[in-house]
Design a protein around this ligand. Structure first.
Ligand SMILES: [Zn+2]
Length: 168
């Protein structure tokens, strides 16, 4: 399992969440790879992209163009290949609520797979159980955006990645 945060620098919640769970995570089987701060310059700038760079979440698997963004995407993609990752959770934030604006909001976004809907239903049920009354509930949608890490992994790998959107 590959847990990724901080692909967009103005969405630090995923990075923060992964840094919190990293030290307390107990793994019963297999491997969990955690990359909490995938795009450090963007996180430090508090901007969606690193200064002078492109959108990392549209640069997978490996752009022909070998600019800084393409090289970073290539390094992250190499983790997926080297460790034969079965499932990816890529944590992002959204600016608004789903179905209220064009934002994907509080959603789990999955890519096509026979078990994907069942897993997504389980995830949103768990998340929603921990939300206070009156808060907007999570839902799931599909698929993730083209040329994102999870979309490309889904199209190129044997198991489906998911793309977890968090709104804090
Ligand atoms: Zn994002």
């Amino acid at each position: 399992m590959f847990l990724v945060g901080g692909i967009h620098g103005d969405e630090p919640a995923g990075a923060g969440a992964l840094e919190i769970i990293r030290d307390d995570l107990s793994v019963g089987a297999g491997k969990v790879i955690i990359l909490p701060r995938a795009n450090i310059p963007a996180l430090e700038a508090g901007e969606r992209y690193a200064p002078g760079a492109r959108d990392l979440n549209r640069a997978f698997p490996v752009d022909e163009e070998k600019d800084w963004t393409g090289r970073l995407a290539s390094e992250i993609w190499n983790i997926v290949i080297e460790y034969e990752v079965d499932i990816i959770f890529d944590l992002h934030e959204a600016r608004d609520f789903y179905q209220i604006s064009d934002s994907v909001g509080q959603t789990v976004i999955l890519n096509p797979h026979p078990d994907g809907a069942l897993l997504a239903l389980h995830l949103v049920t768990e998340i929603n159980q921990h939300l206070p009354p009156g808060k907007k509930r999570f839902t799931y949608i599909s698929p993730t955006v083209q040329n994102s890490l999870t979309r490309v992994a889904n199209e190129n790998w044997k198991y489906p990645p998911l793309f977890l959107k968090l709104l804090w």
